[in-house]
Design a protein around this ligand. Structure first.
Ligand code: NOJ
Length: 568
């Protein structure tokens, strides 16, 4: 029997498979629960491979499935080379990879190099070891300020709210308050020190570990945060808000030029494999600096969150698409496109909010919708879904890879009404409930319309770790399977056609009659017309291959996209 790595090599004929791949993000704890403990698991994913195959995606990206206390939904990793026992075993991972590969689907795993969890053996060792020890040297420990070191080394704040430093108790019988460690995210996520060679070596081992087990690629968490300048003399809070530093690669925490030497090392490991393993950077950086992450000598691809942050607006979309395609052409990378993931409000909801979108959505007074409490009453779900389908059909026609988030193929809306007692996201706790956080897009998927008593909508036999609202029944996969007009059927058709139509990565803009319209053509006479306005639009004469809304009398309705084959 071939090893998983051999299977990966033999099923992957094309080293460039990732360049125009449709990648489906699975948030494993919320995908499918095989053993009825309320948490999704690897066997659950394996059981849904036929669904994934039918959907027509090229790859899955799995958010972390590693052992974790779930202080940050699994992005607090206890052990990088294992599976959370609640999600399965390494053997389950192998089985899942084999089943996905058998179905022609590649596997991308999530690597979290900026921080470990506080339960990681290294951090436990650091806590038990004295100041100045090698064990502390793997993290960022500093003495505090003030007479007795009672003040944090500086005033910097963490992403999830509150200070970025946590004080520890020194080992020994006195239990004396001691040094402070740095955490960009939750206090359960201590940052690693990437100036330490041991940290480098350990991640190379992890990359080989998963590559040997058949992973085809990696999604790199917080790729722009690994190198820092924590020089206390300059560490004022204002520094963190200096846009000029951010743009120039001189920000103390983000997107420093030195970070790319790490990815040059990683690239060597990726290239040890045939085909080379791929990687995509999660890097929320200034658009001009993204190309460095996507370079062929680095990670090869970087998420482009520009469309995700834009409004549903033709002008913004056109500018973003043109800029990203030009960048990709200049660097040899391929573009990436994404509207939804586990960190942002689902796009079917963002587009149904009163004031534009942005990653958290914009509520009635233009403030971040999540900061306002995520009130579902503000959402026009029908309009949101109409626009989301239009935007998705546009995205799926673009050269480059399209990243889809589980549930968007069902047209799922964000769940705004999660009771406080059920919330899990550290953003909610560290911001004292002001910002409701990201749980609303992480509610487990509805597979069936009717729950068996006491259970969930087909997610698992004993409920779901984040409760599914009653209205999820209307979005169930089983209902949509049976409906040719469903969003699921629409995604399947779009993905199948995309495979058929995709050729070279070129795109030609066509003059559009209206500022609210984008019109471009891909090779082979594949015309794409997106109507961002509300008035119906005459389509070019040809065969309508697919539209995100019903076309009547050759007219595309408002807030809709069509693919048309025009004979040349
Ligand atoms: C980005 C991940 O997507 C997010 O979910 C996580 O909270 C942070 N990185 C920290 O790991």
């Amino acid at each position: 029997m071939p090893t998983p790595a051999e299977t990966a090599a033999t099923t992957t004929h094309d080293a460039d498979w990732w360049r125009q791949a449709a990648v489906y993000q699975i948030y494993p704890r919320s995908f499918s629960d095989s053993n009825g403990d309320g948490l999704g698991d690897l066997k659950g994913i394996t059981s849904r491979v036929p669904y994934l195959k039918e959907l027509g995606i090229d790859a899955v990206w799995l958010s972390p499935f590693y052992p974790s206390a779930l202080a940050d939904g699994g992005y607090d990793v206890d052990d990088y080379r294992n599976v959370d026992p609640r999600l399965g075993t390494l053997e389950d991972f192998d089985e899942m990879v084999a089943a996905l590969h058998e179905a022609g689907i590649k596997v991308i795993v999530d690597i979290v190099p900026n921080h470990t969890s506080d339960r990681h053996v290294w951090f436990q060792e650091a806590l038990a070891s004295p100041k100045g020890s090698a064990a502390r040297g793997r993290y960022i420990f500093r003495d505090g300020l003030g007479e007795n070191g009672e003040l944090p080394p500086n005033a910097w704040t963490s992403i999830f709210g509150g200070g970025a430093w946590e004080r520890i108790t020194e080992p020994g019988p006195e239990q004396a308050p001691g040094q402070w460690y740095f955490h960009l995210f939750a206090k359960e996520q201590p940052d690693l020190d990437w100036d330490n060679p041991e940290v480098h070596e350990d991640f190379l081992t992890t990359l080989r570990f998963w590559s040997d087990r058949g992973a085809d690629g990696f999604r790199v968490d917080v790729a722009h945060g690994l190198k820092k300048d924590l020089n206390a003399e300059v560490a004022s809070l204002d520094l963190l808000h200096r846009a000029d530093l951010f743009r120039e690669g001189e920000h103390p925490l983000w997107d420093r030029d030195e970070v790319h030497s790490i990815y040059a090392e990683w690239r060597k490991v990726f290239n040890e494999y045939n085909p080379p393993r791929t990687a995509v950077a999660e890097a929320w950086v200034h658009a001009d600096r993204r190309a460095m992450y996507a370079s062929p000598e680095g990670l090869g691809q970087a998420f482009n969150f520009d469309l995700l942050e834009a409004d549903f607006d033709a002008e913004q979309f056109r500018r973003i698409i043109a800029k990203n395609l030009a960048e990709a052409a200049a660097t040899g990378a391929s573009s990436t496109w994404v509207f939804s993931n586990h960190d942002v409000v689902r796009h079917a909801t963002r587009y149904g909010l009163p004031k534009g979108s942005g990653r958290g959505g914009k509520g009635a007074d233009g403030k971040d919708w999540l900061l306002e409490g995520g009130d579902p009453a503000q959402v026009d779900a029908e309009r949101g879904l109409r626009r989301a389908r239009a935007a998705t059909l546009l995205m799926l026609a673009l050269p480059g890879s399209a990243y889809l988030y589980q549930g968007e193929e069902l047209g799922l809306q964000e769940v705004g009404e999660i009771p406080d007692a059920d919330r899990q996201d550290p953003t909610f706790f560290r911001n004292k409930g002001v910002e409701v956080g990201r749980d609303g897009c992480r509610v487990p998927l509805p597979w069936e319309a009717a729950p068996a008593e006491g259970s969930s909508f087909g997610f698992g036999a004993n409920g779901a770790h984040l409760p599914q609202p009653a209205w999820f029944a209307g979005y169930a996969a089983s209902v949509q399977e049976a409906d040719a007009g469903s969003t699921l059927a629409f995604y399947r058709r779009a993905l199948a056609l995309r495979h058929e139509l995709q050729g070279s990565e070129s795109l030609g803009w066509q003059d559009a009659s209206d500022d609210d319209v984008l019109h471009f053509v891909r090779p082979g006479g594949w015309h794409v017309v997106a109507n961002f306005g509300t008035a119906p639009l005459e389509l070019p004469a040809g065969e309508i291959l697919l539209a995100s809304a019903d076309v009547e009398g050759g007219k595309l309705p408002g807030e809709a996209t069509a693919w048309v084959r025009v004979a040349r």
